[in-house]
Design a protein around this ligand. Sequence first.
Ligand code: SF4
Length: 208
Amino acid sequence: MDKKINFVIENWKKRNIDGLYCADRNKAREKIREIIPKNVTVGISGSQTLDALGIVPALEAAGVKVFNQYQPGISRGESLELRKQGAQADYYLASPNAIAESGELIFFSAYGNRITGISNAANVIVIAGTNKICPSLQEALKRAREYATPLNCKRLNWNTPCFKDGVCRKDVCLFPEYKRMCCQVLIVEAEVSPSRLKVILVGEELGF
Ligand code: SF4
């Protein structure tokens, strides 16, 4: 494990966050399967990282009930209901937009369901590639806003100023002209309940 990863994990320890390292996505998927018991419920947030791990089908195959708001063929109302249930599940899975080396985790959100899930679920597992680690909290916020969100707007075809050229213009990114994606920002600085929040760092580039 390199020095930077060790440094972040040590900083999480001081913040009551359990940090784990997995060399690649397959090991990370196995680790999540080990942590999550059968007969529990799991909520998820939309994430390229979770998709890359293939974690939802792996959990479903193991008999875990996943509140999957992205399953094909469901209505908008059903999807919203699954988001609500997911945010109160036994376990919640999410990936941050950025991580500061000092340990803070950054999540930007449009609808807020992942912010609710991270705050409310009995157990939270955050998964991130090492590409999301930034040298400082300021750099992490900048990454989330100026790099990750424009790419998410592009991916999801959102009408925002950053959609076309990748440049954030938050002062004019307002309704009704635009549908802003950065509506809520969560900075996790620490966790009060022991073992509730785990972060799995994966030693490869995942998501953005
Ligand atoms: S504030 Fe608007 S323009 Fe800036 S990154 Fe967020 S969605 Fe894009």
